[in-house]
Structure formats: C-alpha cells, structure tokens
Design a protein around this ligand. Sequence first.
Ligand SMILES: Cc1cc2nc3c(=O)[nH]c(=O)nc-3n(C[C@H](O)[C@H](O)[C@H](O)COP(=O)(O)OP(=O)(O)OC[C@H]3O[C@@H](n4cnc5c(N)ncnc54)[C@H](O)[C@@H]3O)c2cc1C
Length: 277
Amino acid sequence: MQTDFTSELKPARPGGSVLIEQERARSSIPVDALSEFILGKQWLQMQRNLLPLLISQKLLSKRTQMNLSRPDRYLLGLARAKLLRRMADQYRWSDEEYEMAKYLVDDVSPYTLHTTMFRQTLREQASDEQQQYWLPKHGRWEVIGAYAQTEMGHGSNVRGIETEARWDPATKSFNLHSPTLTASKWWNGSLGRTATHAIVVAQLLIPKKTAAKDPVEYDRLGPHHFVVQVRDKVTHQPLDGIVVGDIGPKYGYAPMDNAFMLFKHHRQAHYTSATSP
Ligand SMILES: Cc1cc2nc3c(=O)[nH]c(=O)nc-3n(C[C@H](O)[C@H](O)[C@H](O)COP(=O)(O)OP(=O)(O)OC[C@H]3O[C@@H](n4cnc5c(N)ncnc54)[C@H](O)[C@@H]3O)c2cc1C
C-alpha cells in the first residue's frame, strides 16, 4: 500500500501572499485615505460595526455551502434571510444597515423580491387607497410578495405580454388567464416556492360599452399591474386555477426560487387588485 507522503510536504517560500504583502508595502498609495475618499467615512464605519456581528454567525459561513444540493441551498437561503431579519430587529438596524448586512452576507435571499420589486411597485404604481391596504401587510410580512412580469415568450418586449386580466363588471372581479404556453410567467424570483402574493403584469381587457353582450367584446388597454394572491396563506398551496413552481437549477442564484406560473380563468376580487399603469 502506498504511504501518504503529502503531509510531509511544505509550501514553497516566499509564497504568493508574502510577495503581494511586500509589493503593497512598497506602494505609496494611502490606502485608508483612498478608501475614505471612495466609500466615505460613514460607510466604512458601518461596515466595521456590522462585520464582526455577521462573522460570528455560523449560519452565514460559506465554508461548506458549495457541497449542498439546490433544495438545501434554498432552505439555507430562507434561514439566512430570517436570521438577518431577527438581527435587524435585535440591533435596531436602519434600512441602510440592513441593506449593507445583506451586501456583506453576499448570498441572494429567497425573499429578495418582497423587499425590492413588490414593495417598489406598490409604492410607485398603487393608488393611496391601495397603498394603505397593502403596505402595512407588506411591512408586517403578512403577505410575501414577488414580481411576475416576464413570460416565457416576452422579456424586454413588455407590450407583447400575453397574460390577460378580463374585467367582469357583474362579479366585480378580474379573470386572469394564460391563453398559450408562451404566456407562462417565467424567471420570476421569490415566486417558485416562497411568495403568497405577486404583482402580475397582464393585459387589461375591459368590456366595450356599446358592444353586444354575447359574445362580449373587449377593449385591450395594454399591460397593467395586478396584486394577485397566488398561494393560500395557511396551507401555502397554489389557489384554484393557478399552476406555479420553481423553474429549477440555474447557473448561480441557487437559493432563489425563480418561477413559472400559469392561470386558467382564475378570478381575483377587484377591490385591492389593480394598480394604475
Ligand atoms: C436571474 C434572473 C432573475 C429574474 N427575475 C425576474 C423577476 O423577478 N421578475 C420578472 O418578471 N422577471 C425576472 N427576470 C426576467 C428578466 O427581467 C428578463 O430576462 C429580461 O427582461 C430580458 O428578457 P429576456 O430574457 O426574455 O430577453 P430578450 O428580451 O429576449 O432579450 C434577448 C437579447 O435581445 C436584446 N434585445 C431585446 N429587445 C431588443 C430591442 N428592441 N432592441 C435591441 N436589442 C434588444 C436584449 O438586450 C438581450 O441581449 C429575471 C431574469 C433573470 C436572468
């Protein structure tokens, strides 16, 4: 049997890290002053405050994460995101400190779309009444949001989006429908497994005022945003008429549950749903 000779080997000296230290020591660039100039004192101080707190958390260590399967990376992503939320409460972090902590942890969270596109769309596109209804629920995490614009056949070409939202004045509801396979929502982050709600971009169809009732004719008013409940808040199962799931492994972004989603004449009550274009 061959003996293990590798434990007797020593690294060649001087090693790369020693050489680079020597080269840096010869440089006349004032590193601290340059860092302050580029990043600012306040930013650097915030980083100095947060780093030791984050480094001390075992859950945030990246030592073994590359050995995990994708489903386990998703679960780790959820656990890390929850830990950061708890730390934000414990240390009373400002929004800025929370954002820096996420930046330093440097791992995408499955809740990302909840705190970015979902919130931002409500803030920028919803009416005052809709904001009063949704933003407190968002802030208390009573709903977990995603953003579902892109479809399998429509990325940059937003005008080509096929998902339909047909207004039904009799029931005061929107009928959401995916008429083709290319209408399938695709790539939407936080939606494959995590979200209860999503901002869905769909073509708004309103019955023509003068048209015959059977069949009803519609005016197409173009892509609009709708806040749609996707999963039951207790069982977390998709609601009737919705097929939704994770698109599977991708290069990078392992903890993120990018989604597909299709509707089959799924009805949503109007009072909170539509946001203005
Ligand atoms: C990791 C990841 C996360 C994502 N998360 C979300 C999400 O949360 N929600 C969501 O709705 N979507 C999401 N997307 C989808 C993303 O918004 C789309 O990928 C993007 O809009 C581009 O669409 P596409 O991939 O279909 O590319 P296409 O629109 O088909 O574009 C392909 C190429 O053609 C070029 N091109 C397109 N149109 C033109 C034009 N008119 N003139 C010149 N060049 C053009 C583009 O620049 C690009 O290089 C995500 C995508 C990725 C990769």
